[in-house]
Design a binder for this molecule. Structure first.
Ligand code: MD3
Ligand code: FE
Length: 224
């Protein structure tokens, strides 16, 4: 009997394809690929406790993207503004704990992009049905701007827009597909970004939707 792993050392180790996309930002193509089923199962466990909902913007609009959160803090929006809260405003109880596979993925991706020691306290789960979009904005509700943001794309492909820290530069377009992970930090942390209306389609695992996981560290923590 020939052992199946006899030639393993002759094969190249599976390399992570890291594409620099802007100063401080890196695209890790297919980084979450092998974990997709585990991630989806964990997403379902979270949404069973804290259901997806269409939040109100402070300007009185209803978001086309459906959201929920897990971790110590969840991102919420209503007429009073955007903020992080320890409790789900629907149930009044703490957000579900962050699944271990979420934390593991976010930390490994951050490490791979050069941000060792990333400890996300919050994961926002954004769900896009066909037509849903996210207008150009900055993520600036977090006090710790030294911590990166890790974003995981699952399901239908999306056209992601990202510009500079001012609105005047025309944003670049980036197509993000199932399994792609982007780490945004350093000079790109305050870049304007958004998502074009989702094109209809069917994904073998997720069906007619896109799910984005956004890992953040909203609280200011003293440097180690
Ligand atoms: C670039 N979500 O929830 S995460 C958001 O696909 C949000 O649902 C998007 O933007 C989504 O706020 C994309 C990617 C992302 C997040 C933060 C960034 C890109 C960023 C901060 C600076 C630059
Ligand atoms: Fe954002």
């Amino acid at each position: 009997m020939i052992p199946l792993d006899l030639f393993d050392s002759l094969l190249p180790t599976t390399a992570v394809v890291r594409e620099p996309i802007a100063p401080g930002a890196a695209l890790l193509r297919a980084f979450a690929h092998g974990m997709d089923a585990a991630l989806l199962q964990a997403i379902e466990a979270v949404t069973a406790q804290a259901p997806l909902r269409h939040m109100q913007t402070p300007g009185g609009f209803t978001m086309s993207v459906a959201t929920t959160s897990c971790g110590a803090l969840g991102w919420v929006s209503d007429v009073r503004g955007y903020r992080y809260a320890a409790h789900d405003p629907i149930s009044g109880v703490a957000w579900p704990t962050m699944p271990a596979c979420f934390l593991d993925l976010a930390q490994r991706a951050a490490q791979e992009a050069g941000y060792a020691g990333f400890a996300p306290e919050s994961c926002l789960i954004n769900t896009y049905a066909p037509g849903a979009k996210l207008s150009l904005h900055q993520d600036k509700d977090e006090k710790d701007l030294a911590a990166p943001i890790v974003s995981v794309s699952l399901g239908l492909p999306a056209v992601f827009l990202f510009g500079s820290a001012t609105r005047k530069d025309r944003p670049r377009r980036l197509r993000l597909v199932h399994g792609d992970v982007v780490v945004w930090g350093g000079p790109s942390r305050l870049a304007f970004h958004g998502v074009m209306p989702l094109a209809d389609g069917h994904h073998p695992l997720l069906g007619r939707r896109r799910i984005n996981l956004t890992f953040r560290s909203p609280r200011l923590r003293p440097a180690p």
